[in-house]
Design a protein around this ligand. Structure first.
Ligand code: LLP
Length: 405
């Protein structure tokens, strides 16, 4: 993304020309950014047995899954649906790892039938798995009382969190595994999301590896995802070189003590796709009261819920006139809810009706968390690759979805 003639461009294509063809609201993704992000992880982790499993919950558009596959990535899937999407995008069972909580027996059976490795999240899941598939291999998702993340709702470790088998239950987990002849070949941990402090990962990794020495049959350890991105203009990006060096150092030391080399899995979602995505929307109305100027758009939290749900900061720019006279405005959506705010009291180039606003860093947990709330259709999605735009998800007509709203 860059600015030319005071307009926002994506790999040579202006926001204005894109929306002339595809209309708004429109998710625009840049393939090159996904490749850059993937390589910054892949190149900086020199531990030779590292596997990247993209957390497909972040964005499972088939075109995006295909880019990940072409880069040599694998998939972390949260449900049967995500596994099916991964299959459709050409991933093989051995490239997919499944992690869910509260899984139904039917879903576990599907995972077993398709020969997919699972990170089991509770004692009950071990019991069900053992009954359905005795003498097989499993991985355990552990909660080692370490949580992190940019909001409490995206923190997935610690005692407030519903995720994982708590450290205090490890003995019972091992007992159950033994009862069904299950080999524990993997240990998994995902402490939370949008973490930019590399030191936190170091602490979490070392804690998991301390426990790992109690499991003699390990083939892998899985450190989860959670790698954050700089949403705010003054935020520093995660230093992937230091992170990679840390993983390599910690693993080299561990394998020496453990007596064999095992795989490391990481499951980045946001880090790979967030910055690749921009939600383009049109200004539909502007109104002021004595304290605020509201800029209304033709999107809302039905299309991008992060700001409403986690008070997440997303940079908003005026794609029609990037520079110009500034104004402090509150950018809102068209949904009948007071939480439908993208940016409160934000300084942007004075918007006019009909301008295109860009809501940045929306490639992860954007479209995928969208809904049909207020009976409005979802945005279309376009991928920009090598200076060419391709429609990768059509906008449906309201008539097509009347039965679902
Ligand atoms: N692995 C597991 C087991 C996970 O549960 C998640 C995310 C990831 C990997 C990927 O995390 P990431 O690298 O993307 O941080 N909707 C929220 C994020 C929820 C993440 C849920 N789990 C958001 O918009 O911030």
């Amino acid at each position: 993304m860059n600015v030319k003639n005071n307009q926002l461009y994506f790999d040579g294509l202006s926001a204005e020309e894109l929306i002339k063809k595809y209309k708004t609201p429109l998710y625009v993704y840049e393939a090159e950014v996904i490749r850059r992000q993937y390589n910054s992880l892949a190149k900086n982790i020199s531990y030779p047995h590292t596997k990247i499993h993209y957390a497909a919950k972040a964005n499972a558009n088939p075109a995006i899954l295909k880019i990940i596959r072409q880069l040599g990535g694998n998939i972390e899937a949260v449900s049967k649906g995500k596994i099916l999407s991964a299959f459709k995008a050409g991933f093989k069972p051995g490239q997919i790892i499944y992690t869910c909580n509260g899984a139904e027996e039917e879903e576990l059976r599907f995972v077993i039938d398709n020969d997919i490795t699972a990170n089991l999240d509770s004692l009950n899941q071990i019991e069900t798995w053992g009954r359905l598939n005795p003498n097989s291999s499993i991985s355990l998702r552990l909660n080692l009382d370490i949580g992190a993340g940019s909001h409490i709702y995206i923190t997935t470790g610690g005692r407030r969190s519903k995720f994982g088998i708590h450290i205090s239950k490890i003995k019972e987990a091992k007992k159950l595994a033994k009862k069904y002849g299950l080999r524990i070949v993997g240990l998994h941990q995902h402490i939370g999301s949008d973490v930019v402090d590399g030191k936190v990962f170091g602490k979490a990794m070392r804690t998991l590896l301390k426990i790992a020495s109690q499991f003699p049959e390990l083939e892998f350890v899985n450190f989860g995802g959670g790698f954050g991105i700089p949403y705010k203009p003054d935020q520093k990006p995660l230093d992937t070189k230091t992170l990679g060096d840390q993983i390599t150092k910690i693993m080299n030391q561990f394998t020496k003590e453990y007596g064999k080399e095992i795989n490391v899995i990481i499951e980045p979602g946001r880090y790979l796709v967030a910055q690749a995505g921009t939600l383009l929307t049109s200004v539909t109305d502007i109104k002021s009261n004595p304290s605020r100027t509201f800029v209304s758009t033709n999107t809302g939290f039905n299309h991008m819920i992060r700001s409403a749900m986690y008070f997440a900061y997303h940079n908003v720019t005026n794609a029609s006139r990037v520079e110009g006279k500034k104004k402090t405005v509150t950018v809102v959506g068209n949904i009948c809810e007071s939480a439908d705010i993208f940016a409160q009291d934000r300084v942007i180039t004075n918007p006019k009706k009909g301008d295109i606003l860009a809501i940045h860093d929306t490639g992860a947990y954007g479209y995928t968390m969208s809904s049909l709330y207020n009976a409005r259709v979802k945005p279309a999605e376009v991928l920009i690759d090598n200076g060419k735009a391709k429609l990768i998800r059509e906008r449906l007509n309201i008539e097509n979805i009347l039965d679902s709203i």
